[in-house]
Ligand binder design. Sequence first.
Ligand code: UD1
Length: 362
Amino acid sequence: MPPATRIKILHVVGARPNFMKAAPVIAALHGRAEQVLVHTGQHYDDAMSRVFFHQLGMPKPDVDLEVGSASHAVQTAQIMIRLEPVILEHRPDAVVVYGDVNSTVAAALVAAKLLVPVAHVEAGLRSRDRTMPEEINRIVTDRLSDHLFTPSPDGDENLRAEGVPAEHIHLVGNVMIDTLVRLLPAAAALPVRERLRVERPFVLITLHRPSNVDDPDALGALMAAIGRIPPTHEVLFPVHPRTRQRLAASGRSVAANTRLLDPLGYLEFLSLQRQAAAVVTDSGGIQEETTFLGIPCITVRENTERPITVSHGTNVLVGRDPKRLLAELESALARPAMRPPAPPLWDGRAAERIAAILLEAA
Ligand code: UD1
């Protein structure tokens, strides 16, 4: 008897925050679907890409489009040009895209025009701030998607308000938390803090949004605020390549309390995150990870597409105001540690739910 035909799923990833979202979905479909993994090459440094594939146990990409860095239009266009023949060659039953980066929207556009169903993992999030490229990527990707997998009920509400038919929206929970739940024991076993010789409680910093780091004055004011974190706490700042370039170009010296580190692997960063007294960030994913871990998070943005992290009580938005940043940090450090229960469906099983829906739809 010929083997039953299996559905073919083509996943597109490209930038650092995609990898921990795709890993559990690929694992959940393993052996149940034929899978093709495409890396666009939006992120290409070992520290931004390869280390994640290794630590997350992801298969090597079947195709690397090697687009590299460029302006938004050039990067998005290059991904589209190079992805089209790949989709034509593989003729998948669905293309799965993740998050809100340029690779996400580029792949959704190509697949939708080739009439291949698009599945968007992390659909429905909205900051309502179109000055952020990610918001445009989210809106366009969701508009083109056939299966919209949301991490929290606010995502469903946003999509319904935009007229997306209810049968296309699936509240599945948070795939990023699937990866966190799986790898927390491995991260906890790593002596990262010891290796870095961190002796006091510490604050963990990440900043990479263009709105915070591309304007030298804004970056200078934020770095000055970080420099005033009281000496009761050490300050660890793994630096994104974009931020590294901007800091170098500004020519300003960094305050003595601030330890700049190279970008960390997934496990190393998670290890520090779970032990941090507080996190200061402009990342989307870190707002969610701190919510799950119950670590106070000070978000250096005016808005968030992840309001559940604020209503949950772990996250506070301080805009780009250095005074508010320091005031909120001080009060977070003074509060006893909180461990609110994780939001519903942030339970390590979101990818299983996604796999079941994709297999059912095929
Ligand atoms: C991208 C995403 C952002 C995500 C972030 C996570 C978009 C629009 N933005 O922003 O949503 O939060 O990734 O990191 O998709 N660079 C390197 N090595 C690399 C990659 C980039 O040195 O491997 C440098 C390049 O000089 C590049 C700059 O970093 O110009 C910015 O990279 P880019 O991918 O354009 O945007 P990110 O700021 O990383």
